[in-house]
Write a protein that binds this ligand. Sequence first.
Ligand SMILES: NC(=O)c1ccc[n+]([C@@H]2O[C@H](COP(=O)([O-])OP(=O)(O)OC[C@H]3O[C@@H](n4cnc5c(N)ncnc54)[C@H](O)[C@@H]3O)[C@@H](O)[C@H]2O)c1
Length: 473
Amino acid sequence: MSGDKMSSCPRAISVLGLGKLGAPIAACFAHKGYRVIGIDNNLDTVRLINEGRAPLYEPRLEELIAANRERLIATENCEEAILESDITFIVVPTPSDKDGGFSLHHVLLACKRLGKVLRDKQYHLVVLTSTVLPGATENEVRPILEAHSQKRSGSGFGLCYSPEFVALGSVIHNLLKPDFILIGESDPKAGERLASFYRTVCDNEAPIARMNSINAEITKLAVNTFVTTKITFANMLARVCERMAGADADVVTAALGLDARIGGRYLKGAIGYGGPCFPRDNLAFSFLAQQLGARADLAEATHHANREEVHRLASLVRSKNAKDGIVGILGLAYKPDTDVVEESQGLLLAQVLTAAGIPVVAYDPAAMNNARHRLNGSLRFADSLETCVKEADVLVITTPWEAFRHLEPALLRRPGLPRVVIDCWRILDLEIVGSVVDYIALGVGAQFHEAKHLPIGSENVGASASTSPSTLR
Ligand SMILES: NC(=O)c1ccc[n+]([C@@H]2O[C@H](COP(=O)([O-])OP(=O)(O)OC[C@H]3O[C@@H](n4cnc5c(N)ncnc54)[C@H](O)[C@@H]3O)[C@@H](O)[C@H]2O)c1
């Protein structure tokens, strides 16, 4: 960063909460030349960052932390970090409540500590990045900050709600090159300061949408609710295509995505969505609507359709699995390039199948440890991709990891009855694997499929590989 830019910028930035989102945020700010003080109450996280290591799995995170050690430090001492910085980003968890809302427990605790420090400090900008329900910034966060700082938002300190739109596995890229920046501001000075700061951080000229916090909070939930609806639409389309000879979901969505009103991203018909944000943001939107006496039929239908996906897949698997056959699941992370397994289809499928007494062996390049904690001994974890494939009678590819795209026919082939491969994302090539396995590509109609592979139990899901390019989720 140039000396000019730095002189109009904050002395230091503190990032409170160094998890899946906060650690990459801190690393990106340091990468852009800022002095960053990360705060976390997890001492392992603090130690790892101070050793120049990533506290969690995320591509490029360790590289950025290691390269910026002189600018990025971590501490559990919230007070000191805030005193030394001019902006604080709050990125602590906001776990979902049973009713679909978000708990503000960690946010409000952090704000109490933050507020007390602001008492003895000149103007400080507080940026809430954690996902909250609409109304939370103005009605809950601001009063706590004002009470503990004995200052007014707008004069004594600035307050913005500014969530990030990132996908795990590409968080650094998404932070440095966002589609847009969303700022909910309690006053114009706070919004302007944050906007100027973001301009120095982003590698692109991302448009900045500035508004009051309530609109920003609604926008955050609306973006994810819209994307889940789009994914569910593509899945619905795939379910229709796979029942029609000659139909191919990838061909249809590739054309559909050319329409500027629709666009091709997140339009890949495959299996249900998962992860730490999509399912819960969609539910929170429905909860919000209910609270307000409005209807969220579309969001609710999306949620229910998504829930059904794993059961549909499980019945297809069962219809293809002989008695005592072993099901191999390739992919436990909810998407490639992450180790997060929350609501992943691979994990859910393993749960449904093992609950029905079906033996399951699973493999994931990154998410085995996290899956072990969740699945608690109910299935076997293969120590390699090769072992998982060899042991499986029915192999299901649930996560489109790059490593799975290059499965060798020699590995897939076995003596006797061909192994069944259910390719949920159509990442294999029928031309290459079709002669050695009973290949089922979800979303593709039956006509390419050899008669011996049809019909597929009660599901009647036809199969063929499609190599047509399509935008992955
Ligand atoms: N992960 C994502 O992709 C993503 C995307 C968009 C929004 N968000 C939102 O960002 C927020 C954080 O999500 P995350 O995935 O990074 O969570 P996370 O659980 O991965 O990390 C949270 C971190 O905060 C720390 N922490 C909790 N309370 C603290 C406190 N009082 N003081 C200091 N540290 C504290 C934890 O030790 C942990 O390291 C959530 O509201 C989430 O919805 C996350």
